[in-house]
Ligand binder design. Structure first.
Ligand SMILES: Nc1ncnc2c1ncn2[C@@H]1O[C@H](COP(=O)(O)OP(=O)(O)OP(=O)(O)O)[C@@H](O)[C@H]1O
Ligand SMILES: [Mg+2]
Length: 262
C-alpha cells in the first residue's frame, strides 16, 4: 500500500531536510515519490538538490490560477464563492510536477490567507490531492508543511497516513510539537510520530524521548555539519552524508514503516 506522510514542526526545525531525505531514499529504492511543498516559503526543491535554474522555473500551483479555477470552479483569491468540493486531481502530479529521478515535486505556493480558511480554493485543491490521489502499491506522497500550527486549521493534511513532527531538544520546539500533535489528532490524523533533530548526544535524545510518547519517537538525527553544508552549497540533503549518517534517516524510515504496519 502506498504511504502518505506529512512533515511538520516549528520553523527551521528540519522539516524540509527530513522530507527530502525520506523522498530521496525511497526514490533510490525504486519507489515513486510525489513530494509536495506545502510551505508558502518553499524550500523543498533545494533540499532535494534540484539545481537553481530548474527551481526558478517552478510555477507554484497556487499561482497557476487557471488550473486552480478549472479544478475548483472558483476564481483564485476571491472569497465567498462556491466551488466544487471534489476537484479531480488524478493527473495533477503527472502534468504539473517537476521530475528528479523517481521524485516528482509539486510546489503549492501561497494560499489565500484572509478569509480563505479551509475553504479557499488552494486548500480545497491540496486537500483533494492528499485525500483522493490514489497511490500505486509502493508509491509515497510526502508533504513538507508550513512551520507551526496555523495550516492545520486548513486541514490540508487530513488524508495522510501519518504526520511526522520534527522536534529539537528544547522546550519551545517541544511545546510547538505538542500543539501540532493535538491539532493533527483534532483533524483526524490517526498516527502522529516524532523525529528528534539536531541532537548533540544521548542526553538530547533521552530528553526528547522522555518528553513525548516513547513509542511514537521514530529516531533522532544528530547535529551534522554535512547537512548544514549541503544547504549552504545548494546540494541535496543526502549528497554529503557518510553511510552511518544516512543510516539515521534509514532507521527513521524503517521505524515508520513498522509503525504503519501495526
Ligand atoms: N541535523 C542537522 N544538523 C545540522 N544542520 C541541520 C540539521 N538539520 C537541519 N539542518 C540545517 O538547518 C537549516 C534548516 O533546516 P530545514 O530547512 O530542513 O528546516 P525547516 O524546518 O524546513 O525550515 P522552515 O521552517 O524554514 O521551512 C538548514 O540549513 C539545514 O541544512
Ligand atoms: Mg522547510
Amino acid at each position: 500500500m502506498g504511504m502518505k506522510l506529512a512533515i511538520s514542526g516549528k520553523g527551521g526545525v528540519g522539516k524540509s531536510t527530513l522530507a527530502a531525505a525520506l523522498a530521496l531514499i525511497l526514490s533510490e529504492r525504486g519507489r515513486r515519490v510525489l513530494a509536495v511543498d506545502a510551505d508558502p516559503d518553499a524550500n523543498l526543491a533545494a533540499a532535494l538538490g534540484i539545481p537553481r535554474a530548474d527551481r526558478d522555473r517552478i510555477v507554484p500551483i497556487a499561482e497557476q490560477a487557471a488550473l486552480v479555477e478549472e479544478r475548483t470552479g472558483a476564481k483564485v483569491k476571491q472569497y465567498g464563492q462556491l466551488f466544487k468540493l471534489n476537484p479531480d486531481v488524478a493527473d495533477i502530479a503527472s502534468t504539473y510536477a517537476l521530475r528528479l529521478d523517481n521524485v516528482a515535486l509539486l510546489v503549492l505556493g501561497a494560499v489565500s490567507k484572509a478569509g480563505g480558511g479551509c475553504a479557499c480554493p488552494e486548500s480545497v485543491l491540496l486537500r483533494a490531492l492528499v485525500t483522493d490521489l490514489v497511490l500505486y502499491k509502493d508509491d509515497a506522497l510526502i508533504l513538507d508543511m508550513e512551520a507551526g500550527v496555523e495550516h492545520l486549521g486548513r486541514a490540508t493534511a487530513r488524508g495522510v497516513d501519518a504526520m511526522l513532527v520534527v522536534v529539537e531538544p528544547g522546550q519551545r520546539a517541544l511545546d510547538c510539537a505538542r500543539r501540532i500533535a493535538e491539532m493533527a489528532a483534532g483533524i483526524g490524523i490517526r498516527r502522529i510520530c516524532f523525529v528528534a533533530n539536531r541532537t548533540t548526544g544521548p542526553e538530547d535524545e533521552a530528553f526528547v524521548r522522555d518528553a513525548l510518547p516513547r513509542d511514537d519517537v521514530l529516531g533522532a538525527i544528530p547535529y551534522c555539519e554535512e547537512l548544514r553544508r549541503a544547504d549552504r552549497d545548494g546540494e541535496s540533503v543526502l549528497s554529503a552524508l557518510r553511510p552511518e549518517q544516512r543510516a539515521w534517516f534509514e532507521a527513521i524510515l524503517a521505524r515508520l514503516e513498522e509503525n504503519l504496519r501495526r
